[in-house]
Design a protein around this ligand. Structure first.
Ligand SMILES: [Zn+2]
Length: 63
């Protein structure tokens, strides 16, 4: 009897079987969504900060 896990993306029940190459995801789409979320999070941490402007800093008076 195969184990059943929840798809991390959509919460659907997924059978943990060799036939399911997307496990623990239910589908290729959910796998891509999760990997994309991960990649963008890493990108934010290692890259530029949020685009929200800081009201305390003058925007164009640095020069
Ligand atoms: Zn899913």
């Amino acid at each position: 009897m195969p184990a059943v896990v929840k798809c991390p993306t959509c919460g659907k029940d997924v059978s943990w079987v060799p036939e399911n190459k997307f496990r623990p995801f239910c589908s290729h789409r959910c796998k891509q969504i999760d990997l994309g979320a991960w990649a963008s999070e890493k990108y934010v941490i290692g890259g530029k900060p949020d685009e929200t402007p800081s009201p305390d800093l003058p925007a164009d008076e640095e020069d």
